[in-house]
Design a protein around this ligand. Structure first.
Ligand SMILES: Cc1ncc(COP(=O)(O)O)c(C=O)c1O
Ligand SMILES: [Zn+2]
Length: 366
């Protein structure tokens, strides 16, 4: 059976409806049964669920067919024929128009298996939208805590799925704190893309798909980072491919933050193990404006271990990148444009195979 294990004190917990952090406040990871490569039996299912045997221990996710909205297997395209080794992955072609569906589908499948009747999430927009959609599909009531300044289009999307939107005046951290108080008070499931490790179990499928599409690991994976769920998905996904001898070495993770809210980039540059909270100075990249990422230690370790780096991008470059992408046919939300802006600032070597995610659709932001 799979358990939770505290990333700080190693305390082990049963996977239960109301368990979302350790008694010591540490974030939880998954403690999986000893298995090895024979456990991994990918199927020919044409969605991300072909990899279900690589998520958790599998048994707790058997109910996925009644929760899925057909997420995953997004196309991987050469962006510019003159640079044939740079690829974009079309994550905005997901049921709720962002890559968050990978984690949300897995998290809600787990919740359904646990018999959850109500869940609470907090989000800068996309994760909340994804959780709301899958909760609706699974017949689970859902409240989503957001900042009162969240893009109206994302709020409309969340409400359309029947979720209650709880708009909080305050920082992203205050929004999370409000959600956590409600979780404690109501004793319900915390559908947190940050705290619940099943979310990055789902994000691992991003790595598995890239591997299958390229038939190898890329040299470098560019990843936007706010809380770091995609960084962790990429890291653990490729790590499992390495451990099962499907690839020979880890790709380098090059993470991208907005200059005006870059706690991880600062910690990385100063060689600190944990990111100190910063003040969010306000950025167009609202989806990754996380001033105090709860898994900073894990995220920094992952990037360092791959020999990667963290780049920062200014506001003008984000807008320019959005324009450039749209002029090439790729209509992404403003936050997502930072990925391409990061690529423009990255010194790619000749023949280096690079993958850039296009995370969210253009109609999600103004
Ligand atoms: C469009 C977009 N890109 C990137 C991210 C970053 O994801 P994470 O906070 O998991 O690092 C988000 C998160 O909401 C997002 O909405
Ligand atoms: Zn602990």
């Amino acid at each position: 059976m799979t358990n939770y294990i505290c990333s700080v004190c190693n305390q082990v917990y049963l996977i239960e409806e109301t368990r979302w952090k350790c008694e010591c406040s540490g974030v939880l990871d998954l403690l999986k049964p000893e298995t090895g490569s024979e456990r991994v039996h990918w199927t020919d299912q044409p969605s991300m669920w072909r990899y279900v045997s690589s998520m958790g221990a599998g048994e707790e996710l058997v109910g996925w067919p009644s929760v899925t909205l057909g997420e995953g297997q997004t196309p991987l395209l050469v962006f510019d024929e003159e640079v044939p080794d740079t690829f974009v992955k079309m994550e905005y072609m997901m049921p709720t128009l962002s890559f968050k569906d990978r984690g949300a589908a897995v998290l809600v499948t787990l919740a359904k298996q646990l018999g959850v009747r109500k869940m609470i999430a907090d989000s800068s927009g996309n994760a909340g939208t994804a959780i709301a959609a899958y909760a609706a599909r699974a017949g689970i009531a859902c409240d989503v805590y957001v900042s009162a300044h969240t893009s109206p289009k994302k709020l409309a999307q969340i409400k359309a799925h029947g979720a209650e939107v709880r708009a909080i005046e305050g920082t992203r951290e205050e929004v999370a704190a409000a959600a956590q108080s409600a979780v404690l008070e109501e004793q319900v499931f915390y559908a947190s893309h940050v705290y619940n490790p099943y979310f990055y179990e789902g994000a691992k499928t991003y790595a598995f798909e890239i591997f299958e599409q390229l038939q190898k690991a890329p040299d470098t994976v560019l990843v936007p980072v706010g809380n770091g769920t995609l960084v962790l998905g990429v890291y653990y996904g490729f790590k499992e491919l390495l451990e099962t001898n499907k690839i020979g070495r880890m790709p380098k993770i090059v993470a991208i933050q907005a200059e005006r809210c870059a706690p991880l980039a600062k910690a990385f540059a100063n060689q600190e193990p944990i990111a100190k909270p910063v003040v969010n100075e306000g950025t167009l990249a609202e989806g990754i404006a996380i001033a105090a990422p709860a898994r900073s230690k894990q995220v920094l370790e992952a990037i360092r271990e791959t020999g990667g780096m963290i780049l920062t991008v200014g506001e003008e470059a984000i807008l320019e990148a959005r324009d450039t992408l749209a002029k090439r046919g790729f209509y992404v939300e403003v936050t997502s444009a930072i990925n391409y802006a990061g690529y423009m600032g990255y010194a790619k070597a000749k023949d280096e195979v690079v993958v850039i995610p296009l995370c969210g659709a253009g109609i999600k932001s103004d």
